[in-house]
Design a binder for this molecule. Structure first.
Ligand code: DX5
Ligand code: ZN
Length: 233
């Protein structure tokens, strides 16, 4: 599977008083997909937004929506997020009683299943599910808040994800989330990351389009179709 690099702004760091403008700014700046962080105040110690906001975002952008569920038992809400217009739907391995069943439900609803793991979770926890994934999300901060420092010690998970994909013929994309910016993205991409989530560094950068293209160029090739090469229809 050919590696790609795509940039996914996390709207958690956008100005919510003018969210539509912020999303248009990210889209006009060359973003490939939009990352939406859903938090329930139980799986993580923060509350963000739910399907209602995802559905509103859907109406102001053509970018694919990459929804990251940081909620307990996310299987309960798969249908709601499908209805809200998500394209990629990622759940945490630590949050599901039945991981395989949850991933299957995501696919049944016509979405691309993703699986995330917290920094403290060993890679072995996600290994049994790699075949069922379109996306593997490696957290490089403790989930719950934007603006935290990148945890370089998670890079071996990115490398392991890339290595297993090549050796076992899996077809997931590798996403990194947390503390990604101009200085940390090169290490993440070198380790194996392809979808780069960026919140605070992207939205506070004085040159958002420059930020996006700098990250995209880490692949050595221009950004094209964000769906390119993904396994699901
Ligand atoms: C954290 C979220 C991240 C967050 C990233 O729980 O999953 O997507 O928005 O924000 P930055 O890029 O500021 O670390
Ligand atoms: Zn996220």
């Amino acid at each position: 599977m050919e590696p790609v690099v795509r940039v996914a702004p996390s709207i958690l760091a956008a100005d919510f008083t003018c969210l539509a403008d912020e999303i248009r700014r990210a889209e006009a700046g060359g973003a490939d997909l939009l990352h939406l962080d859903v938090m329930d105040g139980a799986f993580v110690p923060n509350i963000s937004f739910g399907p209602l906001v995802v559905e509103a975002v859907r109406r102001v952008t053509r970018l694919p929506l990459d929804v990251h569920l940081m909620i307990e038992e996310p299987v309960r809400y798969v249908e709601a997020f499908a209805g809200a217009g998500a394209r990629w739907l990622t759940v945490h391995v630590e949050a599901c009683a039945d991981v395989a069943g949850t991933l299957e439900e995501i696919r049944v609803q016509g979405l691309r299943p993703g699986l995330a793991l917290r920094p403290g979770t060993p890679f072995a926890e996600v290994e049994p599910f790699l075949d069922a994934l379109d996306l593997l999300l490696v957290m490089t901060v403790e989930p719950g808040f934007g603006g935290q420092s990148y945890m370089e010690d998670q890079e071996p998970k990115l490398a392991r994800a890339r290595q297993l994909r090549e050796s076992a013929g899996h077809s997931y994309r590798i996403e990194v989330d947390g503390g990604i910016g101009r200085t940390t993205a090169p290490g993440a991409v070198a380790a194996g990351a392809e979808f780069l989530v960026a919140g605070s560094a992207l939205f506070t950068d004085p040159d958002l389009p420059g930020f996006v293209s700098t990250l995209q160029k880490l692949a050595g090739s221009p950004s094209a179709d964000p769906e390119q090469g993904s396994s699901a229809p």
